[in-house]
Design a protein around this ligand. Structure first.
Ligand code: CP3
Length: 342
């Protein structure tokens, strides 16, 4: 069990400095990762536990972040469903058999994540062993909506029109799909917890495409069910982007810590959420393309807005951009630690 400022912040305990970690720390901005990617494709890397664990540990050693995230992908759960998951050369995911009807939902294969994705849990065990309690490992999965959006759209999307068409015009199929994804995600995360992760993050990366009413009606109940079923005592970070118009609903869906992006000021968001919940965020990833001096200025601004309250975890509002200079990421981590220590 890691003795960590990150876990303390999740529990809203006072910490000696604000912990920081990165959601796409293993991304293409790190040379170590790019080297491995020149030899293996992405799915292959996910299925090689020794290499995947090494990828997860590198940012802790190189950048001094306060938690490591499991090296995996939110879409790994789709492969055993039989829908045909592929990552194109540029890394963009493609799902070959998309879902647009109740029949399609019924055709999705049923499986136990423990049996279908044994390599993920092996990566968890190897990452925990390599870190040896130095910092905790965060497990993760997509929230049902974000996972459903990939199944319905077949990949990334700008407007989520197919997803919206399904939920507006075929609520029965939508409910069936979301119920399946919700219970599967709970099982998957509980298996990660059993393998050793000490916190989990639920990514609802694309929930911000919805109106507040649609979020409440078509998404909230299923995210809530996912979170309610999780092993108790393990902190849950509930992350999304573009959702500052319905923060209260996100909170109602659950999570000990709510992730917010840069489209809302951190103090405004925390007031809206209530100070009896933790908050994670919220530097614009593009800020890491600026000079270390400007990065420091922006870190100061976010820490000022957090006001030294317990329960703030510093992070970017979204993943690290591949073009980010690694020394700028290091400058950010250092600035957070230095400016928040007491
Ligand atoms: O920090 C880490 O790298 C930890 C592991 C991690 C990955 N994906 C590895 C990955 C995590 C936490 C994710 C989450 C994920 N995956 C999300 C939620 C976070 C977010 O960005 O909103 C989403 C939407 C996905 C789906 C996904 N996987 C996309 C859209 C892509 C393509 C391009 C991209 O990077 O945005 C991936 C591929 C992927 N997953 C890569 C990595 C390191 C890049 C693959 C490569 O090396 O080319």
């Amino acid at each position: 069990m890691a003795n960590s400022s990150f876990l303390a912040a999740c529990r809203r305990e006072t910490t000696s400095y604000t912990p920081v970690w990165l959601m796409r720390q293993a991304g293409r901005y790190m040379e170590e990762y790019r080297k491995l990617r020149a030899q293996y494709d992405f799915l292959e890397l996910c299925k090689k536990p020794d290499l995947a664990a090494e990828i997860a540990v590198t940012p802790v050693e190189r950048l001094g972040v306060d938690a490591a995230i499991l090296f995996a992908d939110i879409l790994l759960l789709l492969e055993p469903m039989g829908v045909g998951l592929e990552y194109k050369k540029d890394g963009g995911p493609v799902i070959h058999h998309t879902v647009s009807s109740r029949t399609h939902v019924e055709q999705l294969l049923e499986f136990d994540p423990k049996e279908a994705l044994p390599f993920v849990f092996e990566v968890v065990r190897k990452t925990c062993a390599a870190l040896d309690g130095k910092v905790p490992v965060i497990g993760f999965a997509a929230a049902p909506f974000t996972l459903a959006s990939y199944l319905v759209e077949g990949g990334a999307s700008r407007n989520y029109l197919k997803t919206k068409k399904l939920l507006y015009s075929n609520p029965g199929a939508w409910r069936g799909l979301m119920e399946r994804l919700s219970s599967l995600t709970t099982k998957y995360l509980n298996a990660q917890i059993a393998a050793g992760v000490e916190a989990v993050q639920i990514f609802d990366s694309w929930a911000g495409c919805l109106s507040p009413d649609d979020y409440e009606r078509f998404v909230l109940p299923y995210t809530r069910a996912t979170i309610t079923g999780l092993t108790s005592g393990i902190p849950v970070i509930h992350f999304s982007t573009g959702t500052s118009g319905f923060l209260k609903s996100l909170r109602a869906a659950g999570g000990d810590v709510i992730g917010v992006d840069w489209r809302v000021n951190l103090d405004t968001a925390w007031d809206e959420l209530g100070h009896d919940v933790g908050i994670q965020g919220n530097l614009d990833p593009a800020a890491l393309l600026a000079s270390p001096k400007e990065i420091r200025r922006r870190v100061t601004e976010i820490l000022t807005r957090a006001g030294g309250r317990p329960g703030h975890i510093f992070n970017l509002g979204h993943g690290v951009l591949p073009e980010t200079p690694v020394e700028n990421v290091a400058a950010m981590v250092q600035a957070v630690h230095e400016l928040s220590s007491r």
